[in-house]
Design a protein around this ligand. Structure first.
Ligand code: GLY
Length: 395
């Protein structure tokens, strides 16, 4: 078994104190997100924001991409915070759209069903008890199991299961799709969902995480023998570098699997990923798009900071009071959230329909570079809600 390093923090003093961020600061930041949601309420009803903005404006597209649920998730969070039925009514329209997508199998041959159905239908079930929404989410979980490769113990991310380019390829992002499977096991009593999710996360822990606690974006497994093959990037700088958002997906994804499995190795691994991430942040605590960059003019990825902040706050909840990293991760998360609120929102860009500026979808793919990304908006809002209240997860 490969030993994964636990880097000591290069600047522990930095995270030794809480940033100045009182309740009013958080309420004001949330007020801004609610204002942006309200401005978009009439635009994104039957259609959804594109994954990334163009010139800071999201186009409205059909419910076909992996990102549609982030807008729905924001609307559910707005409903949960305010109790205002205008949000619930819109989210319910979305839930019907997600039902149609699943019933008609529209763009569901990929692993992102967890993102799509946790934040739409599972959230609906958890908040309103809607059994029909739960049934749709269970159908999505069933669909997700068709991506499972038994021999390799992983969920294949992309493409046809027969495509040699994609066969046996798992990606770090998938850790966020696993809660749908754990939830389906709890709902149905069928343990096979749990086993697939748990097998996958353990394979990700074993192969996607490198010895220095950085992560590959994607990793190929041999589907005939189950043997590991090689890591490769898709959205990072290089196969050897560490894509910031991938590391952030791990920092949030591993503790989510811990919640359902109780496997403390997953929490230990999260700490290793977290320290690697924190040690490569620039002064304002918002990472460059790849952690190979720690200074200079490369673009930031504000969405990675928002995701990491949620992951650090979730991780901190599960660490014992005797673990100094509990407070360190809380402080680090609060610093990231504060930095995003002060310097990364569209407050000075009223022409934008997004919330967070300066995200990167795919630099190698030349897509959404230095734009708003809808998941960045969602995780920023989730992070703020986590700071304001004892938030019960949709994941
Ligand atoms: N899960 C795809 C991405 O983070 O871009």
């Amino acid at each position: 078994m490969k030993e994964v390093a636990f880097e000591a923090l290069k600047n522990p003093e930095l995270y030794g104190h809480r940033p100045q961020m009182d309740k009013k600061f958080v309420e004001d930041a949330i007020g801004f997100v609610l204002k942006k949601i309200d401005e978009n309420l009439g635009t994104f009803v039957q259609k959804f924001p594109a994954p990334a903005s163009k010139n800071q404006v999201y186009e409205a597209i059909e419910n076909v991409d992996w990102t549609a649920s982030f807008w729905t998730g924001m609307v559910w969070l707005a409903y949960e915070l305010t109790g205002d039925d205008k949000y619930k009514d819109l989210a319910k329209i979305h839930v019907q759209s997600f039902k149609k997508r699943m019933d008609e199998k529209i763009a569901v041959d990929h692993h992102d069903l967890g993102f799509l159905y946790s934040l739409s239908c599972v959230a609906d079930y958890k908040l309103t008890g809607d059994e029909a929404a739960a049934e749709t989410a269970l159908n999505a979980a069933k669909q997700l199991t068709t991506r499972y490769v038994d021999k390799a113990g992983i969920i294949q991310a992309w493409g046809s299961m027969a495509d040699p380019e994609q066969r046996g390829r798992m990606i770090i992002d998938c850790c966020m799709n696993l809660p749908l499977l754990y939830w389906a096991s709890e709902m149905t009593g069928d343990n096979s969902y749990y086993e697939m999710a748990y097998n996958h996360v353990k394979q990700a822990e074993k192969y996607i995480v490198r010895e220095d606690a950085s992560t590959f974006h994607t990793y190929y497994m041999d589907t005939e023998t189950g043997a590991p093959r090689f890591g490769k990037t898709a959205q990072g700088f290089s196969d050897e570098s560490c894509w910031s958002r991938g590391q952030a997906w791990g920092i949030y994804g591993f503790p989510l699997s811990y919640i359902y499995t109780g496997d403390t190795e997953l929490l230990d691994m999260t700490k290793k990923l977290a320290n690697y991430f924190l040690n490569r942040l620039p002064e304002d605590q918002v990472s460059y798009w790849d952690l190979i960059f720690t200074s200079g003019n490369e673009e930031r990825d504000s969405s990675a900071a928002a995701i990491a902040a949620c992951g650090l706050l979730e991780t901190a909840k599960h660490l014992p009071l005797t673990d100094p990293y509990r407070t360190i991760y809380e402080n680090a998360a609060l610093m990231m959230i504060k930095s995003l609120a002060e310097s990364y929102t569209t407050a000075e860009r009223p022409d934008s329909n997004g919330v967070l500026l300066h995200a990167v979808y795919s630099k190698p793919g030349k897509a959404g570079v230095d734009e708003c990304c809808i998941w960045g908006d969602y995780f920023y809002f989730e992070a703020l809600v986590r700071v304001l209240k004892d938030w019960k997860l949709y994941w």
